[in-house]
Structure formats: C-alpha cells, structure tokens
Design a protein around this ligand. Structure first.
Ligand code: PEP
Ligand code: MN
Length: 337
C-alpha cells in the first residue's frame, strides 16, 4: 500500500498518518519529494484493508501496490535517487566510472592502476579483496591485506573505494576500509546478507544475479531499502543465455526498464557482461546510450598475468581511449563524464 499525501499536508497530519500505520502493527517508510510526501507501508497489509485511510486529513489517495516490490518503485519515489559517496554523485547528469582490477593482487599493481584510472577520469577505484571464485582452488583474494592496499591507493589518488563483501561475518571489516559495499552477482539473493547491508551506513552496489529476472533484482534491492538503506546503486553485469560467444549476455533492455520502474541509479558492467576486453568499449558506449548512470570497468596493468578476469581487463592505455569514446556518447545523450 502506498499513501500519497496532499501537497499542502502539514507535519501534524503526516505524523498522525504515521501513528495510525504503526498502531496497526505496520512499518511506514517516508519518501519526501519536492512536490509531496509519499508513505510506503511495510508488513502484512490485511490490517489496512478495512481502514478508511482516505478520510484522514492530509491524505490524497491510498494506492494498492500490485507489484511485489514497493520502496524501489517510482510510485513510492517519483524523483530519481542520487547516491552521494563522499561528494561523488551517482545518478545525476554526470556519469560515474568505477575502475580497477578484478582482484587486488598486490600493493604496487593496485597503486599503478589507481593512478592510471584516476588520470583517465574514473570516479571510483574498484578491486576485490574477497573473491567469489567458481573453483575453490582459484585465487580467493588477499582479504584484509587487500583492503588495506585499496584504502591506501584510493586515499593517495583521491577516489572512493568500491569492494565486494561476500560474507556477513566480514561486514565490519569491509566497512572499515571501503566507501561502497559491492554485493556480487552470486550473492544477489543472499537475503541475510542483504538485510545486514540494509543496516549499514555505506552505499551498496548491488549486481544482478547471473540468472535473476529484473523483478528478482528489484526484490533483492527492496530487501536493502526495507532495512532503511536507500543508498543503493544497481548494476547490470550480464545474464546467462544460450549464447556462448561471450561470457554472459549484457542485458541492455534492463537499463530502460530499471529507469522506468525504479528511482535507483544503475550502472553497466561490460567487463563481466562480455568477458572479452575488445568488446568492452562498444558495450560501454551502448550502456551509456541506453541511459545508464555509469560504468564498472576492469583495468589491469598486465592482463596476461592477472589472477582473475585477465581476458576481460583493459590495459590502462585502452581504458584512456575507452573513456574518450564514452565521453562522446555521453554528450550525445545529454550527460557529462
Ligand atoms: C567482480 O566485480 O569482480 C565480480 C565478481 O562481479 P560479478 O559478481 O558481477 O560476477
Ligand atoms: Mn571480475
């Protein structure tokens, strides 16, 4: 249920509606827009059905929510959400680019990459210290040592850090060293992890599951918002299809769908979406043309010896040319980079 208040509803009237919802054993979530306030109701709604909420002063209309998600929806919050990470705004006119190696492999390679991506115009440094690998024998990440290198490199160049959190038990540790917590594709439906990061003060980058529908993706984000954390950035990173020329199929349809149905910012990851460095630039451009708010790009100084995802990593010099090409597309769709 979504309760839309009148544009001139007073604070007293709004508080009264919130009280009524709480009395019924439900949880109200408030969205204050520039025009009006909207209240989303969380919990079993049966209690509400017999309540004539429309007659409460200040209430304009009460709308049943037919979709399974609500807080992520445009009905609940018509204005686009801008996630602000240390002054870097995700979801505004200016695009963001999160760039760096798949895995943090060492201090020097990370510092070298951080300097290169910063110089080329990236807005975040990415890198995994906890790696979700298909094989238990593959490199699993440097863990806390890697987090320290990330913090040092990002402080040195002045970029916020985005890094993956795999396990609820590492939440406090990853929060200590990072600015954005990444929930990877394989954990998109780890509901206990989603509930925990929903209580984190950090922004969350939520990647779409390899086989998740767009609705399941929205519901995963809903878990985070329902805990009170509205600083969520979605990431389309490719899904499994029958196609085997590319590692995944980057689902660009998801971009306009996400923009239409939710208020959350969305970025595109053409590195994982294609699995090949030479397809990254064209699909980065396509993602921005489709309306994405930014990109996630893997960059490695020596892709041929990378411990993970070398084939899809750009050399720093290729990243520079990708940025130039993307900038031209950005201007064409009235964005900046
Ligand atoms: C990554 O960003 O390196 C990663 C593991 O991504 P995904 O969860 O999309 O596979
Ligand atoms: Mn990777």
């Amino acid at each position: 249920m979504i309760i839309v208040l009148k544009p001139d509803a007073t604070k007293k009237q709004i508080d009264h509606v919130l009280e009524r919802i709480k009395e019924l054993g439900l949880k109200p979530m408030v969205s204050k827009g520039t025009e009006r306030t909207i209240i989303g109701v969380i919990g079993p709604e049966d209690a509400l059905r017999s309540q004539p909420l429309e007659v409460i002063p200040g209430v304009e209309k009460v709308m049943p929510v037919l979709k399974p998600y609500r807080l992520v929806s445009r009905e609940f919050k018509p204005e686009a959400t801008i996630v602000d990470v240390k002054g870097v705004k995700v979801g505004g006119k200016k695009l963001v680019v999160m760039a760096g190696p798949c895995s943090v492999e060492g201090k020097d390679m990370l510092m070298e990459t951080a300097k290169a991506v910063k110089k080329a115009g990236a807005s975040f440094l990415r890198g995994g210290a906890f790696k979700p690998r298909s094989s238990p024998y593959s490199f699993q990440g440097l863990k806390e040592e890697g987090l320290k290198y990330l913090r040092d490199a990002s402080d040195a160049v002045g970029l916020p850090v985005v890094t993956e959190l795999l396990d609820v038990r590492d939440l406090k540790l990853v929060e200590k060293y990072s600015d954005v917590l990444q929930i990877g594709a394989r954990n998109m439906q780890n509901f206990e992890l989603l509930k925990e990061v929903g209580q984190s003060p950090k922004a969350i980058l939520l990647k779409r599951g390899l086989s998740a529908t767009i609705t399941e993706f929205f519901l995963a984000a809903e878990y985070i918002l329902a805990q009170g954390n509205f600083n969520v950035i979605l990431c389309e990173r490719g899904i499994r299809t029958f196609e085997d020329q590319t590692r995944f199929t980057l689902d660009l349809n998801a971009i306009p769908v996400i923009k239409k149905l939710t208020h959350l910012p969305v970025i595109v990851d053409p590195s994982h979406g294609t699995g090949s460095w030479d397809y990254v630039t064209p699909m980065a451009k396509a993602g921005i043309a489709a309306g994405a708010d930014g990109l996630m790009i893997e960059v490695h100084p020596k892709p041929e010896v990378a411990l993970s995802d070398g084939p899809q990593s750009l050399l720093p010099k290729t990243f520079v040319s990708m940025m130039k090409e993307v900038r031209r597309v950005a201007l064409a769709v009235d964005r900046t980079l």
